[in-house]
Ligand binder design. Structure first.
Ligand code: ADE
Ligand code: ZN
Length: 319
């Protein structure tokens, strides 16, 4: 039996497996520049975050209809359930779809079709987190927030993702202030490729309640001390870090040092179809390669529920 866990850092578009990409391409009459799944799989060699994002956005061309988003989310939920995920807080990138002419309504309603029946079908409770693309303008993010207002009963929070370096959190100050006024929870990617100062800025300027990745906090001892003191959750993604070369090898991952320092770490999959593993695979990898014992793994699983946006009673049920 896999350890029950919550997944807090998962881009639904990053769960698009090659087989489903080809199936949706055929269904929607979209031509992919890859002959078959084998050829596509060879493109899964990344130098850095940007080289991954190029493929991630390219393959989104196959996602066109409400049904596509429902099928994508259902496929993820089935895989996650098999790996012990009991609760999932799922990111989506509305701008990546609306800029291709896909209506925001098709994205949210499609995802909701799968998420709304997830407890019954997969035993997984869910939340939806809408991310802004940080390499797009703050104005575009604000327009996206406004466009999402009719769907806010389905959206728990906002996040910030895509190319980090050169796009500091402060760029999105007003958008996050507006999101807070709408009662939305706030998270942001920070310290994946960007410097520790972006983590501090995400906390102080955006008011985030969790830091996605946060890996590079380890370069700033005063920041580590603050994150420990504030019990600020970090949503780490070890297999992602290896594939995007933010760490050299999994054996070099600082997760054990971070836990020893008292940081509130969680382990997640980020974009599992691209990085070679779902949540349980990430747990297995840190157990076998980093030698984390049963107690540490339990701590990671416990943290994932504590750091979730579940209410206390829901949290107890999900565990
Ligand atoms: N979008 C999807 N995956 C991402 C990641 N790991 N970092 C930033 N943006 C992303
Ligand atoms: Zn991410």
């Amino acid at each position: 039996m896999p350890l029950p866990k919550a997944e807090l850092h998962l881009h639904i578009e990053g769960t698009l497996e090659p087989e489903l990409a080809f199936e949706l391409a055929a269904r929607n009459g979209v031509r992919l520049p890859y002959g078959d799944t084998g050829e596509l799989s060879k493109a899964y060699e990344f130098e850095d975050l940007q080289s991954f994002l190029n493929l991630y956005y390219e393959l989104m061309a196959v996602l066109r209809t409400e049904q596509d988003f429902a099928d994508l989310a259902n496929a993820y939920l089935a895989r996650a359930a098999a790996q012990g995920v009991r609760h999932a807080e799922i990111f989506f990138d509305p701008q990546a779809h609306t800029k291709r002419g896909v209506e925001l309504g098709a994205v949210v309603e499609g995802l909701w079709r799968a998420l709304g029946s997830s407890e019954a079908n997969h035993g997984i409770s869910t939340r939806l987190i809408m991310c802004f693309l940080r390499d797009d303008s703050a104005e575009s993010a604000m327009e996206t927030l406004r466009a999402a207002e009719p769907y806010l009963d389905r959206i728990t929070g906002v996040g910030l993702d895509s190319a980090e370096v050169g796009h500091p959190p402060v760029k999105f100050r007003e958008v996050y202030e507006a999101a807070a006024r709408l009662g939305l929870r706030r998270v942001a990617h920070a310290g994946e490729e960007g410097p520790p100062a972006y983590i501090t800025e995400a906390l102080d300027v955006l008011g985030v309640e969790r830091v996605d990745h946060g890996l590079r906090c380890m370069e700033d001892p005063a920041l580590v001390e603050r994150l420990v003191r504030e019990r600020m959750p970090l949503t780490l993604c070890p297999l992602s870090n290896v594939r995007l070369r933010t760490v050299d090898t999994l054996a070099d991952h600082p997760l054990p040092t971070m836990l020893d320092a008292g940081l509130m770490c969680t382990v997640n999959s980020d974009d599992p179809a691209y990085f070679g593993g779902y949540a349980g695979d990430n747990f297995d990898a840190v157990r076998s390669t980093l030698g984390l014992d049963r107690e540490r793994l339990r701590e990671l699983a416990r943290n994932s529920f504590l750091a979730s946006f579940l209410e206390d009673d829901e949290e107890l049920r999900a565990r």
